[in-house]
Each structure stands twice: as C-alpha cells, then as structure tokens.
Design a protein around this ligand. Structure first.
Ligand code: PMP
Length: 441
C-alpha cells in the first residue's frame, strides 16, 4: 500500500522514472510523448542542461533565505527580466510558489488597494462561469467549475459570475465577433451596476481559458471592451495567465495579442517550466504606489516566496526561450498542430471544435456536430481518451465538466515549445488513433 495520499487514491499510478526531451518514461521504460506538458507546464521538455546547471550553481551558493530578511540576486534578476517584457506598467513582481498562490495574492492585493485608497466598500469579485483559478479557498470561490466547488460551498466567500467568451457555443448565428464581444461587455456592465460599482473590487478572467474547456481564446475585441467597462466603473482587471502566459500562446504574455493591459496579471506554470515550483503576480505602478503611500506593506507572504533556486531556474528557462527564439516555434508548430488535427479529425462525427492559440490547443467532443449536443456524462469520454492515449504512448490533458448545466468533454494539447514538426505530426497520429479507438466513427 502506498503511503502517499494521492489525488485519486483508487487510481493505480505508474511511476514517472525519467524524462528526456519531450518524452517521459515509466518503470517499464515505456515512453510517453508529453503532448500536454503535464498541464501546460513543460516548455523545454526534460533534462535541459542550461536550466539544470543554473539550479546547481544557485544551490551551491545558498539553500534558503527568508524574504523578510533578504532579497537575492536570482529574484531581482528574474523580476527585472519580467518587468522589462510585461505589458504597460506591470512592473512590480511578487513571487509565489504556484498558480493558486498567485491568484490568492492578486485577490488580496486588489482588496487591499481599495482599502489604501479609501474605497473600503469595494470587496466583491466578478469572474466567469467557465473558469478555473485554483484550488485554495479564495481562488476556488471565484472559479466557475461547479464540481470542484460543490463540497466547499459553505466555506467560499461569495463571488459573482458572468458568461465566458465561448464563441463555439455562445456566439449567435449571424452575430459579428464585435457584437458578441459588446454583448458580453454589457453583461459585465449590468452585473457591476447590479452589485453597485462602489462594492466591486475586480473582474477576474483567464486570458485564454485552460482547465475548464481546453484553450478557449476570446474573440478579438472582447478584452478591450471588458477593459473599458472596468475603467468606467473603477473596477480592477485581473488577468489569470497561470496557464496561458509565459509563451504558451506564442506571446510571453497572452494578453499582448489582445492589446490589453490588466491591473494585475498572474503567471505560474510555464515560468519555471516544471524545473521548479514558482508563480508570480505582476502589479501595475498605480497599485504598487498606493500600497507604498498607504500602509507601506502588502499584508501577505509565504515562507517559500522568491526562493532563489526557483527564481534561478525560471530565469534560465526564460532566457533559453528568448535566446533560442522558441516563441516563433510556438506560433509555427501551433498552426501546424491545428491544421493537422483538422485534416485528420474535422470530419469525425464527434469532434465539434478544434481551437486555440500557439501551442495551447483544445479539442471539444460532441454527440452531434450540428446541434452541438454533448456526449452523455456517464460515458466519461474524456477519461477514456486519457487512458487510451496513455496506452498509445501519449499524454494529453482531459476535461469533463458542467458549465451552465451543459456537460462537456474536452482535451487540452500543450506540447513543449521545443517540438519539431515531426514531433507534432507524431502527436497528431497518436491522438487520431486514440480518438478513433474510443469513438469509432
Ligand atoms: N489559474 C489557472 C488559469 C490555472 O490553469 C491553474 C492550474 N490549472 C491555476 C490557476 C492554479 O494553479 P496551481 O495548480 O499551480 O495552484
């Protein structure tokens, strides 16, 4: 019997024994192509010598220093790197150890900002029904994933939800993208007015939705319209790029493509690319200055924040990505991945949508392509796809959930940025084989 309290204690797990490039090997030396990068984490694959050396060098210098006594060169250099490349004036980098911690810190910072500037009634958060922001209580409270929230509802602070930007299902026939974006912005505007703008602290959204529905990117003008609504009501905009940021979409910050600058942005997974656990929150000067001029202290903190080993690893990861121009590869291989998936599967009766940006790609499965009726949730198709894919030597991230009473089966593909064109073709071959085995046409 294992003494590890696993996520799913009933599941028999194989051992991940070693990794090499884009492959993981289990205890039987079976190889798996990691086509989801875990969960959009692994950007450089395994065994990158530069990153490993940076970790060794850093550990040779120091094991740990508490962030209330010291800063470290690694933390300062990584913060400089991010601030120089972040949109607008998101220049103030607060380090954490993962995505939920980053979201939690963002919520508290937004709240404290309004206390500092003399608007203490602003306490409500509005998010979207199709969203995942983490598993800690604050992040869970704002998330829209019903089954994850259900047992904990009595513990969650109230949060308010509006529609996601989910063109595949919600853009009306004949409706332009601009009009669809405007309709969603109006919905947010109404929600803010209903709650009273003086009570609303922030609107929180994933720039590109990840863990609830598989790479759902907003239509072109959506985030601009949302930014305008937030500005009109003095509400902060928090963009959660824990999954979609750090180059996953082909841009270091996904919102750069939408030409929108939030007040706070959260990042994690791709930041350390799996070599170390690390996340961060970037805040604008307006927020930072208000804290500085007010109490002078953000009332938050964690023991491992800004850990030097994690910062050194993340800086090495980001430098490799930049020096090797890997974001160009993300864009090119992403196009290839979607194109090859479409030519292999667009005619499959259960493949409803193939979408995404960069190497952040989602496939949505349906019972009927015309009506978009979903597969019966009892079938747990997403889980069968994951299992069958592993048999075929492929790792992909499955999702099945209910949004607005509609069940969905989705798969996320988020392969490492170092994939070659033949790697992508092999992923498509194994993926197509898996789909046809689970859902014979
Ligand atoms: N926000 C988003 C958008 C995420 O995708 C995730 C993780 N899937 C989180 C937050 C939580 O991150 P973590 O699991 O590192 O706590």
């Amino acid at each position: 019997m294992s003494h590890v309290f696993h996520r799913n204690p009933r599941q028999q797990l194989d051992f991940a024994v070693r990794g090499q490039g884009i492959e993981l090997f289990d205890q039987n030396n079976k190889a798996y192509i990691d086509a989801s990068g875990g969960a959009a984490v692994s950007c450089l694959g395994h065994g990158h010598p530069v990153v490993i050396q940076s970790i060794k060098d850093q550990l040779d210098q120091i094991a740990y220093a508490h962030s209330s006594f010291f800063t470290t060169r690694a933390a300062e250099d990584l913060a400089d790197f991010l601030a120089q490349r972040s949109p607008g004036d998101l220049n103030h980098v607060y380090f954490l150890s993962g995505g939920s911690e980053a979201v939690e810190a963002a919520l508290k910072l937004a709240r404290q900002y309004f206390v500092e500037v003399g608007q203490p009634t602003r306490r409500h958060f509005i998010a979207r029904r199709q969203s995942y922001h983490g598993n800690t209580l604050g992040a869970l409270a704002i998330g829209g994933n019903a089954w994850r929230r259900e047992p904990f509802l009595p513990l969650l602070v109230p949060a308010y939800h509006v529609s996601p930007c989910y063109a595949y299902r919600d853009q009306r026939e004949g409706e332009s993208q601009e009009h669809y974006a405007e309709r969603l912005a109006q919905e947010l505007d109404h929600k803010i007015q209903e709650l009273g703008a003086e009570n609303v602290a922030a609107f929180v959204a994933e720039t590109v939705v990840g863990a609830t529905a598989g790479a759902v990117a907003p239509v072109k003008t959506y985030l601009k319209r949302i930014r305008e609504v937030c500005d009109r009501h003095g509400v902060l905009l928090i963009l959660d790029e824990v999954m979609s940021g750090m180059g996953r979409t082909g841009h270091l910050f996904a919102c750069a493509e939408d030409q929108v600058v939030p007040d706070i942005i959260t990042i994690a997974k791709g930041l350390g690319a799996g070599y170390q656990p690390i996340g961060a929150m970037l805040a604008s000067s307006r927020i930072y200055d208000a804290i500085l001029a007010g109490s002078g202290f953000f009332q938050h903190g964690h023991t491992y924040m800004g850990h030097a080993t994690a910062c050194a690893a993340a800086l090495a990861v980001q430098q490799v990505i930049e020096q090797e121009h890997l974001l160009d590869n993300v864009l090119a291989r992403g196009e290839q991945l979607r194109a090859e998936l479409r030519s292999a599967l667009a005619d499959h009766p259960n493949v409803g949508d193939i979408r995404g940006r960069g190497l952040f790609v989602g496939v949505e499965f349906v019972q009927n392509k015309d009506t978009k009726a979903t597969l019966d949730p009892v079938l747990k198709t997403h889980a069968s796809l994951k299992k069958q894919a592993m048999q075929n030597g492929l790792l992909m991230y499955p999702m099945g959930g209910t949004i607005d009473g509609v069940h969905g089966d989705h798969v996320l593909l988020a392969p490492p940025f170092i994939c070659s064109d033949s790697d992508i073709s092999e992923i498509v071959t194994r993926f197509t084989r898996t789909v046809v085995q689970v859902l014979p046409a």
